[in-house]
Write a new protein. Structure first.
Length: 297
């Protein structure tokens, strides 16, 4: 037995069904628990509550190995199960798709709905990755610098030794992908940002002050980026919430990412680069607006 449904007697009933029917089951079956008050009480369900399950016997037509292979490439996959025959059809899915059930079929969505590539394995990256994992992002951290990667670890996060621009192209970023550049090193950030801005990524952002952001945009225009592509860049990154610590800055960045992902426009006064309160940080042209961990006092 793997996993759970309700943490109660429903699992016991399912195990009993499996023991009684076992290999004799050849087609899916829809079962419903809690239709009556007696059933709800028996299975520990709130009065009037029901749980409906599809029991599917696995076979060659279930296409589980094929599904696993496609998930291994980072693809978002829809799996349609014919409830009468047990036949399965796999296809591409969109991020907004959800479970669909009818009298004849059930379609489930598998794979990472959202991906985040973080460039730079630093302290801020650690907090950003930890929170993003909790938000159901598949997180990858890329840094070719061994001294930064050494000892950097967050459960569930892949750390890659590669040049960031190469990895951006290898990941084939789509509309459910985000890229955040945190190295402060133009040699690492700029080429990766250039490739990311050409992609369908829904969010591309880079850390730095307004002064550094202007210089970065000027450099990127020297490449073959269009003005429309450059307009996709979020920088200075994040929304203004008075962030001072790396953990607060990570929340600021993810708040902006979430707004963009959900199609919520942010007023100019909420953007870090336009916040009046951040003007004092411009007194030093090289001040890092969003990474106090990098400052020397």
């Amino acid at each position: 037995m793997v996993g759970s449904v309700s943490g109660g007697c429903i699992e016991d009933d399912l195990i009993d069904r499996a023991r009684r029917e076992g290999l004799n089951r050849t087609k899916p079956e829809v079962v419903t628990y809690g239709i009556t008050a007696d059933e709800a009480h028996r299975f520990g369900l709130p009065c009037g509550g029901t749980i409906q399950l599809v029991i599917e016997p696995l076979s060659a037509q279930s296409m589980v190995p094929e599904l696993i292979d496609r998930l291994g490439t980072g693809e978002l996959v829809s799996r349609r199960l014919d409830l009468h025959s047990g036949a399965v059809t796999l296809g591409p899915a969109k991020p907004g798709m959800s479970l669909q059930v009818s009298e004849t079929a059930m379609t489930t969505i598998h794979g990472p709905r959202w991906r985040l590539l973080i460039i730079g394995a630093g302290q801020l990256s650690r907090f950003l990755a930890q929170i993003a994992v909790g938000m159901d992002y598949a997180v990858t951290v890329c840094d070719p610098r061994e001294e930064y990667r050494e000892g950097w670890h967050v459960d569930g996060v892949q750390v890659v030794h590669a040049m960031p621009d190469d990895l951006v192209m290898e990941m084939r970023l789509d509309s459910r992908s985000a890229v955040v550049a945190l190295t402060h090193d133009p040699k690492l950030d700029d080429l990766a940002l250039m490739e990311a801005l050409k992609s369908e990524a829904f969010y591309v952002g880079a850390i730095g002050s307004r002064s550094n952001d202007r210089k970065r945009r000027e450099r990127l225009l020297d490449f073959d980026l269009t003005t429309e592509q450059l307009d996709k860049l979020h920088g200075p990154i994040g929304i203004y919430i008075g962030s001072k610590t790396p953990s607060e800055i990570a929340i600021s960045i993810l708040a902006e990412m979430t707004a963009v992902k959900n199609g919520v426009p942010l007023p100019d006064e909420m953007k870090v680069g336009n916040a009046k309160e951040s003007a004092q940080l411009e007194a030093s042209p090289d001040a890092c607006l969003l990474d106090p961990a990098q400052r020397i006092v």
